[in-house]
Design a protein around this ligand. Structure first.
Ligand SMILES: Cc1cc2nc3c(=O)[nH]c(=O)nc-3n(C[C@H](O)[C@H](O)[C@H](O)COP(=O)(O)OP(=O)(O)OC[C@H]3O[C@@H](n4cnc5c(N)ncnc54)[C@H](O)[C@@H]3O)c2cc1C
Length: 87
């Protein structure tokens, strides 16, 4: 909250409670962010930070992120010998 206050003091505008419906792309660049209700936001740079929903947002653009929601505090993953760093 303190960081947000400092950013706002320097001119950052936060818009809370909006739902992103999708992204518009022109060639390989994201040209707009489409909000529920139809509003389109344009930006020079976009940061996709929707947590576990991020892959769903990017998939229509052909981008596949290895981000998966998981339950629990540990995961057991089988590694092959090449994946393990030498001692
Ligand atoms: C029950 C639980 C306990 C946890 N405990 C810990 C812990 O003790 N320590 C720890 O380090 N981590 C913990 N985590 C993990 C931690 O919460 C996540 O790693 C972290 O919140 C990820 O941050 P993020 O900003 O990437 O995504 P998130 O915090 O998931 O933020 C993504 C945001 O995007 C928003 N969003 C999604 N889709 C849209 C859309 N279409 N339009 C607009 N907004 C959208 C969501 O509402 C959310 O506010 C826990 C997670 C859970 C579920």
């Amino acid at each position: 909250m303190a960081l947000a206050e400092r950013c706002a003091a320097r001119g950052v505008v936060f818009r809370y409670g909006l739902e992103i419906e999708g992204l518009a792309a022109t060639g390989e660049r994201i040209s707009g962010i489409r909000l529920a209700g139809g509003e389109m936001l344009a930006a020079d740079v976009c940061v996709a930070a929707l947590g576990s929903y991020t892959p769903l947002l990017l998939r229509p653009l052909g981008l596949r992120l290895p981000v998966y929601p998981a339950k629990g505090y540990s995961a057991t993953i089988a590694l092959d010998a090449d994946s393990v760093a030498p001692p």
